[in-house]
Design a protein around this ligand. Sequence first.
Ligand SMILES: [Zn+2]
Length: 305
Amino acid sequence: MVKQRTLDHSIRCSGIGLHSGRKLELVLHPAEVDTGIMFVRSDLGVEIKGHVSSVVDTRLCTTIGNGDATISTVEHIMSALAGLGIDNARIEVNGAEIPVMDGSASPFVFLIQCAGIAEQEKPKKVLRVLKRVSIEDEEKSCALYPASGFRVSYLLDYPHPLLSNCKVNFDFSRQGYAREVGRARTFGFIHEVEALQKAGLALGGSMDNAVVLDKYGVLNSGGLRYADECARHKVLDTVGDLFLAGLPIVGAFEGERSGHAMNCQLVSALLADESAWVIEELAAPIADEATQPEAMPASVTGMMH
Ligand SMILES: [Zn+2]
């Protein structure tokens, strides 16, 4: 039996909000079995379930809400939680967005690994896809279909030298999330960033938390973390959005030029068709869940005895 997992203890960090530019405090807490991922606006005392039924906006990022209380940019931390196989957690933030950190899921992966992962005395539940469900809109599309593990393939295709016809494929039963996908940063075009900032948006956006592109290539002095970093980031976003189903998905996702809006529509369409899924207890692990921080080089560990 695979058991449900939560954090071993609470852990906190602070960071800048991408949209507000404000400093925010984030605290990750363990949670009881069958809680799922629960977000909390600690400044308002309002809980917001990390579920597609809470989604109120999908422009630029995924925003969830409960009444007037909202939290934006939940997809990267949801992705880290899904990627590390965390079933239950309480995520408290004292403002209207999750801090952007470096624009990837890597800082959240690191926080969770530092907190430690604790197994709980109840079987892990998954949502197994039983038939193909798809969403199409002109040249964009995405679909979920039955598969034995969890796979995501994505076609990034914009008219740009780095972003045209870039196809990536991940089978998370064989490839580690943290190493292959978790480090991929969000990306944007310099002219879009300037326009957003004029409109009072993306005030915290900078080359510290995004890959910034001009017409020809990357403006960040450090370059890219992976040659296909932008396509990998779309996979990272997708892993986070799919976890808004409320349980880890067993199935395969295929996306072409799709984004948060379409991902959330797909999860809603899946859940709305009760013949398209079944909830089951997981007998064997489906993913290579990196529970430990990356091993240190032997030259370093050799000096620790
Ligand atoms: Zn993203």
